[in-house]
Design a binder for this molecule. Structure first.
Ligand code: SF4
Length: 335
């Protein structure tokens, strides 16, 4: 009897995007520069493992600025904040470091610009998500949330010729287009964002999953339940033809029943997931006969973002102070 060949299709791109990498590095560098504790408002990125690793190094995650002692350092997460959050920080004399992803900031700028031109803004996104709260907070009087295609019928606008849609960066591309199509049935003059709001990382991770899903008996997405882009990857995999899809934070959460009868397992991870967790999933699968791994690559990502200016400035000043001290020490020894 011939043995059935079991294999893993490993998606690439997967895992860390440029915005997450920058946000995590911001906390790490702040811990090195100022020493613990460093306060972080909300989870810096939506990943259980990243948050607990940073906690172990001295980061303290809080929900609101009021929980941060007056005058302390606070880092704002990659998802962005409303302007009132900066005001609150100022009122408490907090030293704020803004780790908002520049691609989220871009959507904030669009919201501000369209609000200044007195547009109605239809913000497609998930109710209660931090990013949506932050973006809507830029222009609360102009923004209406549209949470999926069914919400499109509830929208009311002042002038149907002056209305634009913007979106959360981590949505399903297909579902968003469905929502836009529904909105356009009622608002034919609806304008689109000047450039894609759903970010490159979200789009790339969904695109590669769509490629592998039809060949997969099961797709395992590494990511946390509160990670919008990770949850979307499971949905995209199922829509694209995977016979099953599961979200796990860690390899040990993979149930043996999921693999029963499977010959091809797809593996990917959300934009806030360190690759070490994916490697642990591969080891787990290899131990169950899925040792043959083929990586399927659909894009080459090279984008990086530099650290927040306010942090870079202080890192530079600290480095300059250290070299001055070292020079003074050498001069002392020589003299
Ligand atoms: S998923 Fe996109 S918007 Fe969010 S942090 Fe990453 S690059 Fe930025």
């Amino acid at each position: 009897m011939t043995e059935i060949r079991k294999r893993v299709l490993l998606a690439k791109p997967r895992g860390y995007c440029a915005g997450v990498d920058r946000a995590v590095q911001t906390v790490e560098e702040a811990l090195k520069l100022y020493g613990p504790p460093i306060y972080v408002r909300k989870q810096i990125v939506h990943n259980k493992h990243v948050v607990s690793t940073l906690e172990a190094r001295g980061a303290i995650f809080v929900e609101e600025n009021e929980e941060v002692p007056e005058g302390a350092i606070v880092i704002f997460s990659a998802h962005g904040v409303a302007p009132e959050v900066y005001e609150q920080a100022k009122a408490r004399s907090l030293k704020a470091i803004d780790a908002t992803c520049p691609l989220v900031t871009k959507v904030h700028q669009e919201a501000k610009r369209f609000a200044a031109d007195d547009y109605d803004i239809l913000l497609i996104g998930h109710e209660g998500h931090e990013e949506v709260i932050g973006t809507a907070g830029e222009a609360p009087a102009h923004v209406q949330l549209v949470d999926g295609p069914d919400d499109a019928d509830k929208v009311t606008v002042r002038d149907p010729s002056k209305v634009v849609w913007l979106s959360q960066t981590t949505l399903s591309v297909d579902e968003t287009m469905e929502t836009v199509a529904r909105l356009k049935q009622r608002l034919p003059l609806l304008q689109s964002p000047p450039s894609d709001d759903i970010c490159y990382a979200t789009q790339n991770r969904q695109h590669v999953v769509k490629q592998i899903a039809p060949d997969c008996d099961v797709v395992i997405v590494v990511g946390s339940r509160n990670s919008s882009n990770s949850v979307r990857l499971v949905e995209v995999a199922l829509d694209a033809g995977a016979r099953a899809g599961h979200l796990v934070d860690y390899a040990h959460e993979i149930a043996d029943e999921w693999l029963e009868g499977a010959t091809t397992v797809g593996v990917t991870s959300g934009a806030s997931v360190p690759d070490e967790l994916v490697m642990q999933v591969l080891e787990h699968l290899a131990a169950r006969g899925f040792g043959d791994v083929a990586e399927v690559t659909t894009a080459d990502e090279r984008l990086t973002f530099s650290l927040p200016q306010e942090l870079k400035r202080e890192m530079k000043a600290a480095a300059a102070a250290r070299s001055k001290e070292a020079a003074a020490l050498v001069a002392d020894q020589l003299g």
